[in-house]
Design a protein around this ligand. Structure first.
Ligand code: ATP
Ligand code: MG
Length: 178
């Protein structure tokens, strides 16, 4: 009789606002993909969109990230997570929205602390060329007309083109009395 083997899946969690998802994030996930069987990407501040700091909707970010992650050849779940403004219960909030995960990766000190206090194994993720790959820098470039597409995975640039993302950012930056 065939014996049923218990398969133990290791699953990691990684969170960001991803406004937009860029090559810095992608490099971190590439390296996490070498460590675990599955990855959960949490899209933070999911409720925010159409703002200069948060131009893209949760759904748009799901598309950008899911398409980019196809390159990684690992099973991923991309899950929007709204802010709850209560750090003390934030980890429970995250867990209520995600499949079980064994460890989390972050370089955000608050996120690190919250996971640690909740008893979740947490590892630091290194920065990859932060002076080049940064959401703030990319959004500034989008606004000013400088090149930005080389700073994000191709699937992200295509998604932003498809939704008219650059026009949106420029439109919302306009002064309403101008
Ligand atoms: P913003 O400038 O809008 O805050 P960001 O580039 O910091 O954008 P986030 O979505 O805030 O992007 O980041 C998600 C996580 O990815 C954060 O923990 C952040 O520190 C990390 N991160 C950001 N840039 C890089 C990078 N170049 N290399 C590795 N990790 C990064
Ligand atoms: Mg940031």
């Amino acid at each position: 009789m065939l014996q049923r083997k218990e398969r133990r899946i290791s699953r990691a969690f990684y969170i960001g606002r991803f406004q937009p998802y860029h090559i810095g994030h992608h490099t971190v996930l590439e390296s996490i993909a070498g460590e675990v069987d599955e990855i959960i990407v949490g899209i933070g501040s999911a409720q925010r969109s159409h703002e200069l700091e948060n131009p893209f909707t949760a759904g748009e970010r799901v598309v950008m990230i899911s398409r980019s992650l196809k390159d990684l050849d690992i099973d991923c779940y991309v899950i929007p997570i709204e802010d709850i403004q209560r750090n003390a219960v934030w980890v429970s909030h995250v867990r209520s929205m995600t499949p079980h995960f064994d460890l989390a990766y972050t370089n955000n000190p608050l996120v690190f602390r919250l996971f640690e206090e909740a008893g979740v194994q947490v590892e630091r993720s290194p920065m990859h060329q932060r002076d080049v790959y940064s959401g703030t820098i990319i959004r500034k470039r989008m606004l000013s007309g400088e090149g930005w597409a080389h700073l994000v995975p191709r699937a992200v640039a295509e998604t932003i083109d498809d939704i008219g993302g650059i026009e949106r950012i420029r439109e919302i930056a306009r002064d309403d009395v101008g």
